[in-house]
Design a binder for this molecule. Structure first.
Ligand code: ZN
Length: 102
């Protein structure tokens, strides 16, 4: 899958059910400001539980890579943590539904 295109793609807004929220805004809604739909201008955000899930998935996968690195004696395996993070963000955050705010 093309990660850069994925980041530009639009997600369904919980208010108007149209693809009006970008991946960037969707991720941003978890940590900073609510995402605003470019079609109906209403706000939505990701539930923090999805953030926790992504974090846990990433930490677990990172520990797997640390284990392999220790076992093989090759620290290059630690770079696996980066695709693991992309995987966790994609699977647990970008695929998670947005919650409507007001
Ligand atoms: Zn909308």
């Amino acid at each position: 899958m093309d990660q850069s295109r994925e980041l530009m793609s639009l997600h369904e807004c919980p208010h108007c059910h149209q693809p009006g929220v970008s991946s960037f805004e969707k991720l941003n809604s978890l940590f900073f400001a609510p995402a605003s739909c470019r079609l109906c201008r209403k706000y939505s955000s990701l539930h923090y539980v999805h953030g926790l899930r992504a974090m846990i998935a990433w930490v677990v996968l990172t520990w797997v890579f640390i284990g392999v690195a220790l076992y093989q004696g090759l620290w290059i395996y630690l770079t696996g943590s980066i695709p693991a993070m992309l995987f966790a963000v994609d699977k647990y955050l970008l695929n998670a539904p947005l919650l409507p705010l007001r």
